[in-house]
Design a protein around this ligand. Structure first.
Ligand SMILES: C[S@@+](CC[C@H](N)C(=O)[O-])C[C@H]1O[C@@H](n2cnc3c(N)ncnc32)[C@H](O)[C@@H]1O
Length: 306
């Protein structure tokens, strides 16, 4: 099925969503949101611009800019979310003159005041690589806040991960001898280790700030019914859309810059044709073997603490 592309009209947009097509909107998400009907989206998964001077952020670079935009966008996202639907907002830090501001604090402040919206999890997304700092601990995590509108669904069985000790059994009590953990696997918890999309990552495109498809995929499986609609207002290269497509959900996304829109269109098209390359959700993290180290600690490195 070809990916539909609409650059504006309300009529074309709502018609496409009704038909179950994937719809990518090139333009400001606030324009798209204004054209959307109430309570039509099952899951929003997005990563807004952090106002940290990336290529797509030339005009706004302060936390005040960030908060202003989010105060316009978030209430609209709540309005278009169905009862029982979910909103997942992925952010990191905004750093000014060495001082870090956790952007999820601002998102929480905005959403907690909207009646009927509830925070369910603050998920830590951790990764092993990134910029190395010499003045503070290197940043190795970002955050996803998961909110729901009203009573929510959570399909745990679709996202279970292997038990650490699958054969472990109760050793006393009425369940003695029975498996102590669920044989289908355990809840993945609220700390997710997934490699970030750096230059060597299989999913890397020309977008400077992708999140991995697997991050969105876990939310799609757990929080969006089959055939439900996943929405990403700040779509970038379309990673949420790829996740939705792989999981057989519909997708609606907006992206303000035409070059990123083109990336998203291409990736969605590849996903629809089964040709997209992604790092699988359950692929284990590579753990280096300390016994096969090739580097030797230089002699001028001392273990003595002055
Ligand atoms: C952090 S990136 C999202 C990256 C995305 N999660 C991915 O995996 O590729 C934020 C994106 O929002 C886009 N953007 C910024 N302001 C926007 C707006 N008002 N409406 C729609 N898109 C916007 C930027 O161009 C950028 O591509």
């Amino acid at each position: 099925m070809p990916v539909a592309k609409h650059d504006s009209t309300k009529k074309a947009l709502s018609a496409s969503v009704r038909k179950g097509a994937t719809v990518l909107f090139q333009g400001d998400c606030r324009v798209l949101l204004a054209a959307m009907k109430d309570e039509t989206i099952d899951l929003t998964i997005t990563s807004p611009p952090y106002c940290i001077g990336k290529a797509y952020e030339s005009e706004s670079t302060t936390t005040a800019d960030f908060i202003k935009t989010q105060k316009e966008v978030l209430p609209e996202v709540v309005r278009v979310t169905r009862q029982g639907g979910s909103i997942c907002w992925q952010t990191g830090y905004h750093v000014t003159d060495g001082e870090a501001f956790p952007l999820d604090f601002a998102i929480y402040e905005i959403l907690k005041d909207i009646p009927g919206v509830h925070l369910r999890n603050r998920i830590i997304w951790s990764f092993g690589h990134g910029l190395n700092s010499t003045t503070r601990f290197s940043g190795r995590h970002e955050v996803v806040l998961w909110f729901t509108k009203g009573e929510h669904r959570f399909n745990l069985d679709t996202i279970r991960v292997p038990q650490k000790y699958p054969g472990k059994r109760h050793y006393k009590g009425e369940n003695k001898g029975m498996l102590s953990g669920n044989p289908l696997g355990k809840n993945p918890g609220d700390v997710w280790e997934m490699p970030n999309v750096n230059a060597n990552h299989i999913e890397k495109t020309d977008h400077p700030c992708q999140f991995p498809v697997a991050l969105a995929q876990r939310f799609v499986r757990a929080l969006c019914p089959i055939d439900g609609i996943v929405f990403d207002p700040f779509m970038g290269s379309g990673s949420s859309g790829v996740a939705a497509e792989l999981e057989k959900r519909r997708f609606l996304g907006s992206e303000i810059f035409p070059n990123y829109m083109t990336l998203a269109l291409n990736r969605l098209d590849l996903a629809k044709r089964g040709r997209i390359q992604v790092r699988e959700l359950d692929k284990p993290i590579y753990v280096p073997d300390p016994n096969s180290a090739v580097a030797k600690r230089p002699e001028h490195f001392t273990t003595e603490v002055q």
